[in-house]
Write a protein that binds this ligand. Structure first.
Ligand code: ZN
Length: 183
């Protein structure tokens, strides 16, 4: 098949010498997970993103827990990678135990659940987008990346974080989308 030959030639040309020497990985174990979350913003609440309080925010997420959209989307992505449902199953909103919950506990519980299911699970990397009009989250990037990395046991070079605004289209809510690769 000419198409296949052409692809093989391209693959060879794009393979760096150091990649050729690297032992083959067990890619069968690779899993991708996706999660997203959104909360309405409300005065009188603290805004928490990725386990970090946003000091300049006059509003926070309306939620049963601390309303941390980034960690909720992350926990859902981890569970999704192993088809283990979502955080609503682990922490039902009408369960009094879910009230005021710190979201790092939600992520830790999701990790525990997938480790029960799949054994030792290693996070390869995380790619996340947080959408918030104000305040700007850029100054908190390093803190948030460090905190998410700590929760997952990975270095900051494996936590990609993109901050977006809604350009005024959604000023009253905060949203996060997360893709995670695990094996
Ligand atoms: Zn949430």
């Amino acid at each position: 098949m000419p198409g296949v030959d052409r692809w093989l030639v391209c693959a060879d040309m794009n393979t760096a010498p150091e990649d050729a020497k690297r032992p083959a990985r067990d890619t069968d174990r690779l899993r991708v997970g996706y999660g997203e979350d959104a909360h309405r913003l409300k005065a009188g609440r603290e805004l928490i993103i990725g386990g970090v309080a946003v000091p300049e925010s006059l509003v926070g997420a309306e939620a049963v827990s601390d309303g941390d959209v980034l960690l909720h989307a992350l926990a859902d992505a981890l569970l999704s990678a192993f088809a283990q449902g979502d955080i609503g199953v682990l922490f039902p909103p009408d369960d009094p135990a879910s009230r005021g919950l710190t979201s790092s506990v939600i992520v830790a519980t999701a990790l525990e659940r997938i480790r029960q299911q799949a054994g030792a699970v290693e996070v390869i990397n995380v790619s996340a987008v947080v959408t918030l009009d104000r305040p700007k989250l850029g100054p908190l990037r390093n803190q948030i990346v460090a905190q998410v990395g700590r929760l997952l046991g990975v270095g900051p070079d494996r936590v990609g974080l993109t901050f977006k605004t809604s350009e005024g289209l959604a000023q009253d809510y905060v949203q996060a989308r997360v893709v995670v690769l695990v094996m």
